[in-house]
Design a protein around this ligand. Structure first.
Ligand code: FE
Length: 233
């Protein structure tokens, strides 16, 4: 049976949160939860009678604050984060190639995909790829802070993501144009920034974006490095 995640949205930051469910055991995993949606997310867990086992982050976000710490405190779930993101309080520091196991035989594969930030990771579960800000629908995350590198992002996408099967579902961390899901095959053919573009062209393109600094960056990044918990906890 094909499994899809439950996709939740934060309109303030255009952030997607994903709920992965193993129907056999009612075990669940959350990816990239947002602070002011804690009660919504807990209500989904109660409604569906789920036991939250892991909370994952794709990177230390600059545009919103995570609720990972609070969710783990309230549910007993385990926080698991990319080891290169400076999120010290997390119980599990993931590295490339790790496999997270939950429920009755469910596996989440961990892919280190540096570029948007140096530590950014993608997660693969049952043909569903959670791409964070590494690969967006018809776009990609910016590469101009937090150890970002356009050359690295290009390599990550071309060698680690575009080599996955065409039918792999692409679930991004954000969308600003009203879309919600894509596929690897479609993005490899049509992604406006990455399809049929050389690495040199991509680096030039990203260098010319001249994007404004994220409004919440000075609050969000330190908060997210503490799993969204007040410092000192
Ligand atoms: Fe980001």
């Amino acid at each position: 049976m094909k499994h899809y995640p439950i996709q939740l949205f934060d309109a303030a930051s255009s952030t997607f949160t994903y709920l992965l469910v193993d129907p056999a055991s009612r075990a669940a995993v959350l990816i990239d939860p947002v602070d002011h949606h804690v009660e919504r997310d807990l209500a989904h867990l109660r409604r569906l009678d789920l036991q939250l086992t892991y909370v994952l982050e794709t990177h230390a976000h600059a545009d919103h604050v995570t609720s990972a710490g609070e969710l783990c405190q309230r549910t007993g779930a385990i926080s698991a984060v990319p080891s290169g993101c400076g999120i010290a309080p997390a119980l599990v520091q993931l590295i490339d190639g790790d496999v997270i196991r939950f429920g009755l035989g469910e596996t989440v594969q961990v892919l280190h995909t540096p570029g948007h930030t140096a530590g950014s990771m993608c997660y693969l579960w049952r043909g569903n790829l959670f791409t964070g800000d590494t690969l967006l629908i018809d776009g990609c995350g910016r590469t101009d802070f937090q150890g970002g590198s356009a050359a690295s992002l290009y390599d990550s996408v071309i060698t680690k993501l575009f080599t996955l099967p065409d039918a792999t579902m692409v679930w991004p961390a954000h969308d600003y144009k009203g879309q919600s899901v894509s596929t690897i095959g479609w993005e490899r053919q049509h992604n406006a920034r990455l399809a049929r573009r050389s690495q040199a062209d991509f680096v030039t393109l990203m260098g010319q974006l001249d994007l404004p600094r994220p409004r919440l960056m000075d609050i969000a990044v330190p908060a997210n490095r503490n799993l969204g918990l007040p410092h000192g906890v």
